[in-house]
Design a protein. Structure first.
Length: 169
């Protein structure tokens, strides 16, 4: 069961990859927009692979998602890429993350992603709502995401200063 973001219960997920990765890939659930009371139901029909992209302003979906859920466009927008500009359809969806948090009424645009198996791109419109942490440890990449953000985030500057101070004693 997914929880609406209004409940503010802390939820987090962690993905540990077998080596160092250049792409952050997680499962997501895409739902038709709705007023959720007991939570939407997960199924194969709404389960997709997502790539997380801090360089993308907004989240996008592919034609495969549009077809799987029979989505109807709500408008159009101009999407600017590195070397292109294109007018595309926009859609209203709910996005469920692996930590069972549901972001409701998200406006996404249609895109062709540069890989056949990615159907959703999670952009900064979702990422900025939580704590996003990507680290490398012992030759493995680790991705953590929490919502809502924690009040006491780690301060790497303070940690580095403290460790360096101890090492020079």
């Amino acid at each position: 069961m997914f929880e609406s973001k209004q409940k503010q219960q802390h939820r987090a997920f962690r993905f540990e990859y077998s080596g160092l990765v250049r792409y952050i890939i997680t499962p997501v659930f895409i739902f038709l927009p709705s007023v959720v009371t007991s939570g939407p139901i997960e199924s194969e029909k709404n389960h997709f692979k997502a790539i997380w992209d801090t360089g993308a302003t907004n989240s996008v979906i592919t034609q495969k998602v549009v077809q799987a859920l029979s989505l109807v466009p709500i408008g159009k927008t101009t999407v600017c890429g590195v070397n292109s500009q294109e007018v595309v359809d926009t859609y209203l969806i709910d996005i469920g993350l692996p930590n069972k948090v549901l972001f409701q009424n998200v406006v996404v645009s249609l895109a062709r992603l540069n890989t056949n198996d990615m159907e959703v791109l999670i952009g900064m419109d979702i990422i900025l709502r939580g704590d996003f942490l990507f680290t490398n440890l012992n030759g493995k990449s680790i991705f953590n995401f929490a919502f809502p953000p924690f009040k006491n985030n780690d301060n790497y500057v303070e940690k580095a200063t403290e460790i360096n101070r101890k090492n020079h004693l």
